[in-house]
Design a protein around this ligand. Sequence first.
Ligand SMILES: [Zn+2]
Length: 378
Amino acid sequence: MACDGLQSPTAAEEFTHVAEVAQLADDDGAELGPAVPTVLHAGADSRPGGRHHVGAEVEPADPTIADPSHHLGAGRVEQLLPAYYDFVRALNARGFVFMDFDGFWHADKAQLPAKLIVVRHDVHQRDIAPAYAMRAVEHALLAERSATYFVMLGFPPELGNTDVQQQYLDLITKLKADGVDVQPHISPNDLYVSQYQPSWGKKSLEQLHRMTDGDYTIEQYDDGVEITSVPHDPLDIRMINARFVELLTSYNQRWTAATGLTVRSYASHGSHLALNLILNNATMLDQRELIAAGVYEFDTYNTRVMNTLQYLSDNDELSWMDHPEQVADGQYQLLAHPRSWTPTLTAQRLAAATAAAEAAEAAAGDAQASGGASTRQQ
Ligand SMILES: [Zn+2]
């Protein structure tokens, strides 16, 4: 048998030849790390921990997204990811402009539309199939260059899985052909630990806290952060930064070799590594020292991004996903994971919302009944 359909096995292998050092904890679906902008730069130990991710353990089996990449009839697009279709259409109708991160970053921030959605899609393995559907929705409803897809090609814990690497590449090939902005969804901490400190991957958060207690302070500036280590530097932050520059340079070269695309930006992954709760990927990539090295222009949690755009993330599974009228006029970074908008997860979300509303109604009824009883007693 000759080629079995793989478009570019050598490209997939670009990211698999270091798989032997990458046997770290698997990514089971939850996101850890920066989520709430108000605490994003509050300090190394204040990054939020566990991220709520409804139904993260259950893989959807939506027939509507099983083969979303080919031969979509116009009437079918709105059925692929109905909640996302309705969300985009509703905000579009209100005059929101949708923009990708490349367009946003290079725009004059003073000239940006007052109603703006800068769209970010983090694409993990579980998001690959619905990402095709998401692209179909955007192709149907939005202008070109309206969203950036941050794809998790080359994530160390997945490097042993050539099939997954190829699935990422197939998606990137499709998006590239459509002229879409495609950039890496990346965990520098995982790159670093897998390459240089495998034993850190096994340390608990408590162990790392004991190692680092009080030693790291994050200073916030208009254009990024600086991490200072006083009195001790048990993690050797200067060495980590030097290694990060090497690792990210190498990563970018492999990305370009595999995809033909140039890396300009990253979206930080909320890694499960305990280290990521001490020195978060987003904080690390927001360091002025690293940005000045010129390996990348910005991460999506960059200070200047967060100072301009409000953060609207479906990690929080909030009701706005199904009620776009709840999104006030303004300028936003929208983080939309393709999988979170599938019909299956949308149905689960709506059912949970209904159950919560019924429970609240029942509780209100009880309160009213007891209130009435106490009134009668008076
Ligand atoms: Zn992620």
